[in-house]
Design a protein around this ligand. Structure first.
Ligand code: ADP
Length: 416
C-alpha cells in the first residue's frame, strides 16, 4: 500500500516532467519552423520582385512593364502585384483584388506583414532605371499567408499527436522502470520487517526467562537485602516493558497479514464501555473527568482483542496527554453503514506540523513533553494498523493547549 502510493507518485511526477519537456521542445520547434517558413516566403517574394523591377523601364515618361503574369499563376499563390510611380500613385495592379494589401504604401519598409482580416506578407522594392540609375517607381508584391497558416495548423496537429504518442510510450516505460527501481527497495523493506519480526520473536523467551527469574526471586525474598529486592523489582518492570515492546513490534510487522486476525461478530458498545471503565481509576487519580456516550448495539465483524487494543491505546493517550482537571470524552455512533468513534480530550494537543507524524512508528512529540512519561511511540502506529486491517480509517484533529480529537470510522460489515 505504502509502496503503491510511492510508485504512483513517481509515475505521475515522471509524466509531468516529460510533458513539460515535450511541450517546451514542441514550442521551440514550432517557433523555428514558422520563422523558417516566413523567411523562405520573404526570400522568394523578394527574388520575384527583383526580377520584375529589373525588367521594368520608363518609356516616354511612362512606367512600362515588360512582365505580365498569367492570372492563374497569381491566383495559385494568392499574389498581388502593384506598381507605384515616384509620386507613390498606384499605376497598375495584377492579381485577385480581394487579396490586395490594405496597408498604406510605404517605400521605406521592404518587408511588411499585414494582419487584418486577410493576412499578407508584403515586399516593396524600388525600380531603378538601368542606364541612368534613376528611381522610376516602386513595385509592391504581396502574398497571402493562408497557405502558411494551413501548414502551421497541420504542424500543430502533428506535434500534438507526436507528443501524445511519446507521452503514452514513456508512461509505459516509466511504469516499468519504476517497478524495476522499487523492487529492491520493497524487498529490503520486506527483509527488514521479517528481521524485526524474527528478532522480536527470538527476544520473547529470554525476556520471559528474566521476568520469571526476577519474579521467583521476589517471591522468595526472605533473607534478601532490601536494596537487592528493589533491584529485582526494577529488573522485573523493565523486562515487562521490553516484553510489551517486542509484542508491539511483532504485532506491527504482522498487521498487514489479515490472516493473523480473528473475524467474528463483536459488540463494539460493550467493548468501548469496557475500555473506558478500565481507565476510570487512572482518570480519577489524575482528576480527569472521563465521559462516555456510546450508542447501543454497535456491531461489527473483526478481531475483538485487536480492536480493544486500538481503543485502549487512544483512551490511554487521551488521559496521558491531558493535565489534571481536564476532560476526556468517548462517543460512539452509527452513521449509515459506518461506526464512528470519537476520543476527544482537553489536553496538551499536537502541533499542526506534527499531525501527519503521530501515526509514524516510534515517533514521539518533542522531548519537552518528557514529563508525560511512558509509552514507546508505537501505540498510534499499532492503532492505525489495526483500524486499517478492519478496512476503517483513523484521523486526528488537534490544537495545541486546547485538545485533540481522534476519529475512528469502521465499516459495519467487514469482510476479508
Ligand atoms: P506514545 O507511546 O508516546 O504515547 P503513541 O504512538 O501513542 O506513542 O503517540 C505518539 C505521539 O503522539 C505521543 O508521543 C504524543 O506526543 C502524541 N499524542 C498521541 N495522542 C495524543 C493526545 N491525545 N494528545 C496529545 N498528544 C498525543
Amino acid at each position: 500500500m505504502m509502496f503503491q502510493k510511492i510508485r504512483y507518485r513517481l509515475f505521475l511526477s515522471n509524466l509531468l516532467v516529460l510533458a513539460l519537456v515535450l511541450s517546451s521542445s514542441a514550442f521551440v520547434v514550432r517557433i523555428l519552423f514558422i520563422r523558417n517558413l516566413k523567411q523562405q516566403l520573404t526570400e522568394r517574394l523578394i527574388a520575384v520582385a527583383q526580377g520584375i523591377a529589373a525588367s521594368s523601364e520608363l518609356e516616354h515618361g511612362q512606367l512600362e512593364l515588360q512582365t505580365k503574369f498569367s492570372p492563374q499563376q497569381l491566383r495559385a499563390h494568392q499574389q498581388v502585384f502593384q506598381w507605384f510611380d515616384t509620386q507613390k500613385r498606384l499605376i497598375e495592379q495584377q492579381g485577385d483584388p480581394n487579396y490586395a494589401p490594405t496597408l498604406p504604401f510605404n517605400a521605406e519598409r521592404t518587408v511588411q506583414t499585414q494582419s487584418d482580416k486577410i493576412k499578407l506578407l508584403i515586399v516593396t522594392l524600388p525600380i531603378v532605371e538601368n542606364n541612368s540609375r534613376r528611381l522610376i517607381g516602386h513595385i509592391r508584391l504581396s502574398e497571402s499567408l493562408e497557405e502558411i497558416d494551413e501548414t502551421i495548423a497541420r504542424l500543430d496537429v502533428g506535434l500534438a499527436a507526436g507528443a501524445f504518442v511519446a507521452l503514452f510510450l514513456s508512461g509505459l516505460g516509466s511504469g516499468w522502470l519504476n517497478r524495476q527501481a522499487m523492487q529492491p527497495i520493497e524487498e529490503s523493506f520486506k527483509r527488514l520487517k521479517q528481521f524485526t519480526a524474527d528478532a522480536s520473536h527470538e527476544l520473547r523467551s529470554p525476556l520471559m526467562a528474566i521476568s520469571t527469574n526476577a519474579e521467583v526471586a521476589l517471591t522468595y525474598s526472605d533473607g534478601m537485602r532490601k536494596s537487592d529486592g528493589e533491584k529485582f523489582q526494577a529488573i522485573s518492570m523493565a523486562t515487562d516493558q521490553m516484553s510489551q515492546l517486542t509484542e508491539d513490534l511483532l504485532l506491527l510487522t504482522r498487521a498487514d497479514k489479515v490472516s493473523s486476525f480473528e473475524s467474528k461478530k463483536i459488540d463494539l458498545t460493550t467493548l468501548l464501555i469496557g475500555s473506558v471503565n478500565l481507565y476510570r481509576p487512572q482518570a480519577q487519580t489524575k482528576q480527569i473527568e472521563l465521559k462516555a456516550e456510546i450508542e447501543n448495539d454497535l456491531c461489527l465483524i473483526g478481531d475483538e482483542a485487536k480492536l480493544a487494543r486500538a481503543f485502549t491505546n487512544l483512551i490511554q493517550n487521551a488521559i496521558q496527554y491531558t493535565p489534571a482537571n481536564g476532560e476526556v470524552e468517548v462517543t460512539g455512533n452509527r452513521i449509515g453503514q459506518e461506526l464512528l468513534v470519537n476520543i476527544e480530550d482537553t489536553g496538551i494537543g499536537i502541533a499542526s506540523e506534527h499531525l501527519d507524524l503521530v501515526f509514524d512508528r516510534l515517533w514521539r512529540a518533542d522531548r519537552s513533553r518528557s514529563y508525560y512519561k511512558g509509552g514507546s511511540g508505537l501505540g498510534l502506529a499499532i492503532t492505525q494498523a489495526i483500524i486499517y486491517s478492519h478496512k476503517g480509517t483513523i484521523t486526528v484533529t488537534s490544537q495545541v493547549d486546547i485538545g485533540s480529537c481522534f476519529t475512528v470510522s469502521l465499516p459495519m460489515a467487514f469482510t476479508n
